[in-house]
Write a protein that binds this ligand. Structure first.
Ligand SMILES: *Cc1c(COP(=O)(O)O)cnc(C)c1O
Length: 866
C-alpha cells in the first residue's frame, strides 16, 4: 500500500522473519536431496492471512487514491469498471514489489529455472485469485463494502483472460500458480493475443462466435517491457559459405523481421512469497512506420506491413485438439518460440557471458504439446550459426534442455507441417531438421533396427509422400530428454501405441506426470462456503497441503457434518440457479439433482451420449409420469471450434431438445435441460461448486487426462465416468464406492473396433435406443422442420459411431439409474460427496509440479529474500 505500510509490514512479523531466515540458509546448500527440498517447501509456508497486515482502512485509502490517480475519477463519479481498476491497482502495489524482489533473488542466486512454453494460458480472472493468494480477500470485501460497493459485483467487471482453448491452456495456468506457490524459479512464455477465445452466443439454439477483446479498455495486470524487445526473422533464403579453414557456414537472409514485444503478468504464489511472471509476446512490424512510402503518398501501403506483422499475435486459434495447417499458425508458433529462446539466452548470457558450459544446468524448457517444438531447431540454429558451435556440442545442449508433454493420442491432433511451407517460412530450420533426422536415422535408429526401412520411415521426422510433411511429434521425442503423458493410462498408451519404437530405443525417456488443478482457485476462491467449513476441521495450511483435507473423512458419516456440507451444496445451487435464470431465462429447482457436463464440445467427449440419455429419460417420463427418478437438471457448458460442423450440430440438438423439454408441462418439471452460453473459467467457477454429478464420459483411451473431472470431484460432485484418463486415478483415490463407473475399457474399445464394431447392432438390439435415435428424424424438437437434427443420428449410425456411443449406451443408462437410487438416499450421497472432497489431494497441481521437479526439472525451491 503506502510506503509506510510496507515498512510496517517488513518489521512487524517477527515469526515470519524467522522462518524466512531459516529457509534462506537452507536454500544456499547446493546438493540437496529431493526430500530436503520437499521439507523446505513445506517449511516456507506463509499463511497469507498473517502476512500482510493491511487494515481495511489502509486498503480503502489505497483504492480511493487509485480512483483519483490512475483512473482520473472519484468516489462519486466512478463506475464499476473504475472501481475494479482501482482495486486491481491497489493490489498491484503489493504484487509488483514482490515481482522485483523475486527476480532479484533468482538473479543473485543464479538459480536453475524452468521455462514453460505454451501457446495457451487460460488464466481466467485474476482479482479474486490474487486477493486470495495474498490473503486480502476478506479485507478487500470489507473495504469495498464500506466504500458502498459490492466486492463480487466489482470482481465481475474483470474480463476473463481467455488465452487458451480448454484443458491444455488451463493446465498451464494451474502449473504457473503451483510453481510460484512452491517457490520454484519459473517463467511462463506465451503469446499476447489481441483476441482470446471467441465469445459464444446462441441464436435459435445455434452457436455464434463474437471476437473476444479482453484488453479493449486496458488490462491492469500487465506491464510492457520494452527493454526486452526481440527481433525475429522469417522467410528468405539460406546462403552456404566457407570459412578460410574450409568449414561450412550457413547464413540465413530473412525476408522479414518481426518485432516481439513482451508483456509481463505477475503470477502470485499462495502467501505471495514468490511472484513469478507470465511473459506474453506481442508481434509488431519491426519499423513501426515506413516513412518513405508514407511521404510518397502511400499511407495505406505503409500500413500493410504493420498489419501483416501484427496479425501474428492477433488471434488465438480456436481449434481444440485438431490443428489446421496454416502458414499463420506456423509463424505464430515460431515467432513465440524464437522470442522466448532469445529471452532465455539473453538472461543466461547476462550471468555467464559466452561460456555455454552451464547452460544445461541452468535451463530447462518444458514444451506444452507439440505447438512449441520448433524451439528445438531454433536453439540449434542459435548455437551453431550464432555461437559458432559444432553440431554435436549444440545437440548435446538441446537434448539436455528440452522436455516434451504429450496431450493427445488423436491422430488428427498430431501436428504436421508441409515441407514446402517450412521451406518458405523457416528455410534454415528445415535444413537443421533434415540434419537432426539423418543423424537419428543413420545413428541410434539404425543400431536398434538395422536395415528395417518400415520402422525407419515410421520414426522419420519427415513423412514421405506426394506432399512431404514434417512430423512435430517425432521431432519432439527425438529432441527431448523426457517425454511425459498426463495420466497413468495415457502415458502407458503413449509408450505402447503412439511411440513404441522410440520407447525401445530410449526406455528412460518416457514417463508419466498426472495432471492436477490448483486448490487455491478451484476450491478456496471459487467455493468460499466449503472452504470455510474445511478450515474448521483441517489445518489452515490445507491450500498448500491438500492432504490435510483428509481430516474431514472421519466426519463423512457424521449427521451434523453431512447436513452442513449438503447445506453448502444447496446454497451453491441456489446461486447457480440464479445464474441459470439470468443467462437462459429457465427456472430450475435447487433441490433437484444438478448434473453437469462442462468441457469443449467434441465427439470423443460424447456430449451426444449425454443427450440421447436425456431424451430417453424424457421418453420414460412421457410414457410413465410416475417414472421413479429424482428431479433432475442437466447443465451443459461447451464451445465448439467454429469449423467443427458436427460439434455445432450437437449444440443445436441439445438446445432444441432442451427447449421442448423445458416447456412440456406433462413432465411436471421433473426434467430440465440448460446449455449455458460462453463457457469459460469464470463461469466454471460458478458451476463447479454447485454440481451433484460430474459427467466424464469420453470413449476410453481418448481423453488424455481431463482436469474438469478433478475440479468437480474436489467440490463434491460424484463422477459418472468411463475408465479413461485421470478418471481411473480419481476412482482409485475416491474409492470405487464413491464414483459411478460405466462403459467399455480401453482394451474393450480396441477389441470392439478390431472385431468390426457395428452401431446398427445396438440400434436394433435396444428398443429405447432405437426410438430415441428415430426421434431425431421427426420434427418433435424442431416443429415444422423435420430432420433438422438428423446429423447427430447420422454420425451415430451411417457414419459408424467412431466413438462408440451406442456400445456404451446401455451401461451409461444403468449408471444413471444407480445415481438416481444413490441420490435419493441422502446419507449415502452426502458421504460420497464428502469422501470425494476429502480424497482428491493427488490431483493438486502442486503434486504434479513436484513430480516434474523430481523426475524432469530437478529444480531447487528458493525463498525470496524479504
Ligand atoms: C478445466 C477446464 C477445462 C478442461 O475441462 P475437461 O473436462 O478436462 O476437458 C476446459 N475449459 C475450462 C474453462 C476449464 O476451466
Amino acid at each position: 500500500m503506502t510506503t509506510t505500510t510496507t515498512k510496517t509490514r517488513r518489521t512487524a512479523k517477527a515469526t515470519a522473519k524467522k522462518t524466512v531466515t531459516k529457509k534462506s540458509t537452507a536454500a544456499k546448500t547446493t546438493k540437496k536431496t529431493v526430500e530436503a527440498i520437499k521439507t523446505i517447501s513445506n517449511a516456507t509456508f506463509v499463511d497469507p492471512n498473517e502476512r500482510f497486515d493491511i487494515s481495511t482502512e489502509e486498503l480503502k485509502d489505497s483504492i480511493v487514491k487509485h480512483l483519483h490517480v490512475t483512473q482520473g475519477t472519484d468516489q462519486n463519479k466512478a463506475n464499476e469498471k473504475a472501481w475494479f481498476n482501482a482495486t486491481a491497482a491497489a493490489v498491484n502495489e503489493i504484487i509488483f514489489e514482490r515481482v522485483t524482489k523475486t527476480q532479484k533473488t533468482h538473479f543473485n542466486k543464479d538459480t536453475r529455472a524452468v521455462h514453460y512454453l505454451s501457446l495457451e494460458f487460460l488464466m481466467g480472472r485474476l482479482l479474486k485469485n490474487n486477493m486470495c493468494n495474498i490473503g486480502l480477500m476478506e479485507t478487500a470485501a470489507a473495504a469495498l463494502t464500506e466504500l458502498g460497493q459490492d466486492f463480487h459485483a466489482v470482481a465481475e467487471e474483470e474480463p476473463d483472460l481467455a488465452l487458451g482453448n480448454g484443458g491444455l491452456g488451463r493446465l498451464a495456468a494451474c502449473f504457473i500458480d503451483s510453481l510460484a506457490t512452491l517457490q520454484y524459479p519459473a517463467i511462463g512464455y506465451g503469446i499476447h493475443y489481441e483476441h482470446g477465445l471467441f465469445n459464444q452466443t446462441f441464436q435459435d439454439g445455434r452457436q455464434f462466435e463474437r471476437p473476444d477483446s479482453w484488453r479493449e479498455y486496458g488490462n491492469p495486470w500487465e506491464i510492457c517491457r520494452p527493454e526486452s524487445v526481440q527481433e525475429i526473422p522469417v522467410y528468405g533464403y539460406v546462403e552456404t559459405k566457407y570459412t578460410d579453414e574450409g568449414k561450412v557456414q550457413k547464413e540465413w537472409h530473412p525476408g522479414r523481421i518481426i518485432k516481439g514485444v513482451p508483456w509481463d503478468i505477475p503470477v502470485v504464489g499462495y502467501g505471495a512469497t514468490t511472484v513469478n511472471v507470465l511473459r506474453l509476446w506481442e508481434s509488431r512490424a519491426s519499423d513501426f512506420f515506413n516513412w518513405d512510402v508514407f511521404n510518397a503518398g502511400g499511407y495505406l501501403d505503409s500500413q500493410v506491413e504493420n498489419v501483416q506483422a501484427e496479425t501474428i499475435s492477433k488471434v488465438l486459434y480456436p481449434n481444440d485438439e485438431t490443428d489446421q495447417g496454416k502458414e499463420l499458425r506456423l509463424i505464430q508458433q515460431y515467432f513465440f518460440c524464437a522470442c522466448s529462446i532469445k529471452d532465455i539466452v539473453r538472461r543466461y548470457k547476462r550471468a555467464h557471458g559466452e561460456d555455454w558450459s552451464q547452460f544445461v544446468e541452468q535451463v530447462v524448457v518444458q514444451l506444452n504439446d507439440t505447438h512449441p517444438v520448433v524451439a528445438i531447431p531454433e536453439l540449434m540454429r542459435i548455437l551453431i550459426d550464432r555461437a559458432g558451435m559444432e553440431w554435436d556440442q549444440a545437440w548435446d545442449i538441446c537434448q539436455g534442455v528440452f522436455a516434451y508433454t504429450n496431450h493427445t493420442l488423436l491422430p488428427e491432433a498430431l501436428e504436421k507441417w508441409s515441407v514446402r511451407l517450412f521451406e518458405k517460412v523457416l528455410p534454415r530450420h528445415l535444413e537443421i531438421i533434415y540434419e537432426i533426422n539423418s543423424r537419428f536415422l543413420n545413428g541410434i535408429c539404425d543400431q536398434f533396427f538395422p536395415g528395417d526401412d518400415a520402422i525407419k520411415s515410421k520414426l522419420s521426422i519427415i513423412q514421405e509422400g506426394n506432399e512431404k510433411m514434417v512430423r512435430m511429434g517425432n521431432l519432439a521425442v527425438i529432441g527431448s530428454f523426457k517425454v511425459n503423458g498426463v495420466a497413468q493410462v495415457h502415458s502407458a498408451l503413449v509408450k505402447s501405441d503412439l511411440f513404441p519404437e522410440f520407447n525401445e530405443i530410449w526406455q528412460d525417456k518416457f514417463t508419466n506426470v498426472t495432471n492436477g488443478v490448483t486448490p487455491r482457485r478451484w476450491l478456496k476462491s471459487c467455493n468460499p462456503r466449503l472452504s470455510n467449513l474445511i478450515s474448521e476441521y483441517a489445518d489452515k495450511d490445507w491450500p498448500v497441503n491438500q492432504d490435510k483435507i483428509r481430516a474431514i473423512e472421519s466426519l463423512a458419516d457424521n449427521a451434523k457434518f453431512q447436513k452442513r456440507y449438503m447445506d453448502i451444496k444447496h446454497e451453491n445451487k441456489v446461486d447457480l440457479a440464479e445464474v441459470i435464470k439470468d443467462l437462459t431465462g429457465v427456472e430450475v429447482d435447487p433441490t433437484a439433482l444438478f448434473d453437469i457436463q462442462i468441457k469443449r464440445l467434441h465427439e470423443y467427449k460424447r456430449q451426444q451420449l449425454n443427450l440421447i440419455h436425456i431424451m430417453a429419460l424424457y421418453r420414460r417420463l412421457l410414457q410413465n409420469p410416475d417414472y421413479p427418478m429424482p428431479k433432475r437438471v442437466f447443465i451443459f457448458g461447451a464451445k465448439a471450434a467454429p469449423g467443427y460442423y458436427l460439434a455445432k450440430e450437437i449444440i443445436y440438438a441439445i438446445n432444441k431438445v432442451a427447449d421442448r423439454i423445458n416447456n412440456d408441462s406433462r413432465i411436471k418439471d421433473k426434467l430440465k435441460v440448460v446449455f449455458l452460453p460462453n463457457y469459460r473459467v469464470s463461469l466454471a467457477e460458478k458451476m463447479i461448486p454447485a454440481a451433484d454429478v460430474s459427467e466424464q464420459i469420453s470413449t476410453a483411451g481418448k481423453e488424455a487426462s481431463g482436469t474438469g473431472n478433478m475440479k468437480l470431484a474436489l467440490n463434491g460432485a460424484i463422477t459418472v465416468g468411463t475408465l479413461d484418463g485421470a478418471n481411473i486415478e480419481i476412482a482409485e483415490e475416491a474409492g470405487e464406492d464413491n464414483v459411478v463407473i460405466f462403459g467399455l475399457t480401453v482394451d474393450e474399445v480396441k477389441k470392439a473396433k478390431a472385431d468390426g464394431y457395428n452401431p446398427w447392432d445396438y440400434y436394433y438390439g435396444n428398443e429405447e435406443l432405437k426410438a430415441v435415435l428415430d426421434w431425431f428424424d421427426t420434427d418433435y424438437f424442431t416443429p415444422g422442420k423435420p430432420g433438422e437434427l438428423a446429423a447427430v443420428k447420422r454420425s451415430l449410425l451411417d457414419d459408424g459411431d467412431a466413438y462408440l456411443c451406442l456400445a456404451d449406451y446401455e451401461s451409461y443408462s444403468e449408471a444413471h439409474k444407480k445415481v438416481d437410487v444413490l441420490f435419493n438416499d441422502k446419507k449415502t450421497w452426502a458421504r460420497m460427496a464428502i469422501m470425494n472432497t476429502a480424497r482428491m489431494a493427488k490431483f493438486n497441481s502442486d503434486r504434479s509440479i513436484q513430480d516434474y521437479v523430481d523426475n524432469i526439472w530437478k529444480l531447487e525451491a528458493f525463498s525470496v529474500v524479504e
